[in-house]
Design a protein around this ligand. Sequence first.
Ligand SMILES: [Zn+2]
Length: 231
Amino acid sequence: MTDSTDTALPDSADHSTAVENYAKAIFTLQASGSAVRTTDLAERLEVRPASVSTMLTRLEASGLVAREPYHGVRLTDDGERVALAVIRRHRLLELFLAEALELPWDVVHIEAERLEHHVSPRVEAAIAAHLGNPTHDPHGDPIPTAALELAVDSGGVSLAEVPDGASAELLQVSDRDPAMLRYLADRGILPGAALTVVAREPFGGPIRITTGGAEHQLGEPLARAMTVRIG
Ligand SMILES: [Zn+2]
């Protein structure tokens, strides 16, 4: 099926869900800086390493990935475009589900995981326009532009690294743990919130912060999952 209005994103329509999920997983693992191995992908995608090898052979034949001995797998420019297109749809959907449909912050990620493979360029453009062409998703992650450019937010550090007494703005919270998101949302701690680190309890105890006039105690793993800008 072709549609003459789909010319804006010529290569997004015919990739399977699996191809898009592999591209997205490789992109995310690459972003953390280390070589992407078959075992990393198997773990992230929750499939057997043998399945990953089969799929990587397919992706290599399609020109989406390149494999180098001892350096693992990396996306080609075409592969990166597949990843950025699906990341754009994912993050737009998260914001649409949160803002237009008022679904809670902690469920929009899992719903967007399903829908991201089934949105046509026309619907994607309509969602972006409806939301006023947003730059960030509800978790604070940047949304790639329609031209598939991804802004890099600079100056972010983990809340765990903010010194006592310093103030910071919450930029981003990892979207992978719904319980964490629910915990923060229940306390009104959302991207954009102004936080002040009061003190740390000794012996690996929680970090005490204030925001919106209330004090909260956040454990170390939670503080590590929160990216802030000091100042
Ligand atoms: Zn998400």
